[in-house]
Design a protein around this ligand. Sequence first.
Ligand SMILES: [Zn+2]
Length: 96
Amino acid sequence: MLPFEKCPICGGELKSKVVEKILHGGSHTAILKVNAEVCLHCGERLYTEDVVRLFENIRRKLKKQDLIGFDPSGQTFTVDKEWLNKQIEQIVEHTG
Ligand SMILES: [Zn+2]
């Protein structure tokens, strides 16, 4: 189990919760739900060593584009700079 009984950051009480974790590897992103100990005071999340190892494994898989076991879940986009600038210019024009 966890080496902590209290939050190592603030000393607050910890509670077992299922949390959503977002992992990045290369240009890919994966979202998963895992158990974590969450501090009721500051919101710090603590994971067991096994879960941390799992995160590393998933990051490695994403980097290698090894997507076995992953389901597509929408796409992540980078907003094009030119397009973004145009939008901002329009806003400026409208607001005078
Ligand atoms: Zn805390």
